[in-house]
Design a protein around this ligand. Sequence first.
Ligand code: FES
Ligand SMILES: [Fe+2]
Length: 349
Amino acid sequence: MFVRNSWYVAAWSDEVDGRKPLARTIIGEPIVLFRAEDGKAAALEDRCAHRRMPLSLGKIADGGRLVCPYHGLTYDSGGNCVRVPGQDSPGSIRIRSYPVAERAGMVWIWTGPPGKADASGIFDCSWLERPGWHDTRLYRHARANYLLLNDNLADLLHVAFLHIPSGGGNEEMGTAELELTVGDDRFHFTRRTDDIPAPASYGRLSNARRNIDRWHVLDYRGPSFYRVHTGVAETGSGGPDSALPIGGGRWAILPHHFITPETERTTHYFQVVGHEWAPSSETRRFLDDVIDEDVWAIEQQQQALEAEPDIPMQTIASDAPLRAMRKIVTRMLAAERDGQGGATAAASC
Ligand code: FES
Ligand SMILES: [Fe+2]
């Protein structure tokens, strides 16, 4: 079950062009993305109205129109059929079009009723547009339900164990000071462990000469968006507000996680990591290692859940943000199903 009334990232902007249509399944719906003649991105259902041929297998004709490869029906960016070969007029043939917007180098689509689309509701990406900042972009196709990825990002205890191989975490991070503030469709969460040895990669990248403070400052908004400020700084220098230079006792990143459900069992995971430092092959490798550890974990969970779906999961203290997130998604699903009704729809997978 998916939240429909949301903007989701459909693609990186440079994946969508006027030369070749792009097929992408989002919340279980086959969608074709392309650019019209005016350069604006467009999203249509990926099924021809005639015999349901996927339009993504067709071509983009002069004028930025999408031509079905089977019998040549041609559509404009609004989903209106503008040509039927062998007929004087296409009549009223049309297919569904999705509202589209571009932000921070990504094409976003609204999957709810088009009349409710309001681009001001797109997850705040303004931190990525700070002058002088850089970003590193990562994408993974995860063979797991999107809620398992949501869980992973809400559950930061995992950093102390799952991310030991990449050097993103260490067991000293297992005990932390936590603070959680929950709103209607969002929560704010901080997790701090002060005065510990640096996890391996953070130690190397920060050049910390003594113990560090390790923090996560996380903002979640439903159904599936996270912004995290995370890093290390030499103990006593101010934690997240430390003024030490990057590589001079401090190292920090600002990952933004844009999670787009593909099917009940698969997820498009877009991640844009904002940072003050210039990218290098070493930092790229570190970020790749971290995301691969996360995706590996949720894919293992997905397999275990599919094998034995009825075995309950135990809750532990550090699951509080995860439980808050699940409640938020459940409320969003219920609100869509019942208008603003209060019936419960379980956000489970
Ligand atoms: S299926 Fe598309 S034109 Fe016939
Ligand atoms: Fe992680």
